[in-house]
Design a protein around this ligand. Structure first.
Ligand SMILES: C[S@@+](CC[C@H](N)C(=O)[O-])C[C@H]1O[C@@H](n2cnc3c(N)ncnc32)[C@H](O)[C@@H]1O
Length: 222
């Protein structure tokens, strides 16, 4: 039997909690670049959560096979339930994997799209570096990476508001899920380090929520 995970406790109330704290703005950042997934054939979603992104993805993309990795069995069950309720015909296209990303055996050069939404903020330091390098190794040439996360803007009222909210969220997650990470890293810097290129980005709530599209092209490396 798979081990219990801290996020299991939040799985059934995750959506309600999100709407309570962020209204629909988290959804706006989650789905902003969804259309870029239309043509992808192999998709990796890390830290899918309760399946809301997967549900929408299956509606815009009719051909991809999708690997969904999440450490929480509770979150994966929510995602599976949603899939069976909303897109039952598509279930053959989706494989669910309950695993810690840092221990998962990533396929090499497999995916043309990877999705990490409010997932990288669960990592810091060498763990983050390792997970990003593993994700990067799993990308095919010209792959896209949809990334969204919290962000602290550089100055002013919005900076302090974002700082307070992010600290509060980390405190809540550390109490309810046992999450050890306590700070947001400079994620773009890590993505640039492995050779990813930022294509587009948008932010919501005065810069607190960022949603970006990154790309990978092997010949840029040389
Ligand atoms: C904050 S939630 C984000 C969920 C969803 N992607 C969203 O947009 O709201 C983080 C998700 O990542 C998963 N997760 C956290 N740490 C993980 C790890 N080390 N390996 C795999 N999944 C992890 C959690 O179980 C949870 O489903």
């Amino acid at each position: 039997m798979a081990p219990k995970n801290g996020f299991d406790k939040l799985a059934s109330v995750y959506q309600a909690l999100e709407y309570l704290t962020m209204a629909k703005d988290l959804e706006k950042s989650r789905f902003h670049y969804l259309d870029k997934a239309r043509e992808a054939k192999r998709i990796l979603i890390l830290g899918e959560g309760d399946g809301r992104f997967l549900q929408r993805l299956l509606k815009v993309n009719s051909c991809a096979t999708i690997d969904c990795v999440d450490a929480s069995g509770g979150m994966l069950r929510q995602a599976q339930r949603r899939l069976l309720a909303e897109n039952p015909k598509e279930k053959k296209r989706v494989r669910f994997h309950q695993a810690q990303a840092e221990q998962w055996s990533f396929l090499q050069k497999e995916y043309d799209l990877v999705v990490t939404l409010f997932f990288l903020d669960c990592f810091s330091g060498s763990n983050l570096e390792y997970v990003i390098s593993q994700i990067h190794g799993s990308l095919k040439d010209k792959a896209l990476w949809l990334w969204a996360d919290f962000h602290i803007p550089p100055q002013g009222f919005w900076r302090w508001r974002a700082w307070l909210l992010v600290q509060t969220l980390y405190l809540i997650f550390s109490i309810f899920t046992g999450l050890k990470t306590q700070r947001l890293e400079d994620f773009p810097r890590y993505l640039e380090t492995v050779g990813m290129k930022r294509e587009e980005g948008i932010s919501f709530q005065g810069g607190l929520l960022v949603s970006e599209l990154w790309s990978w092209e092997s010949k840029r490396e040389t």
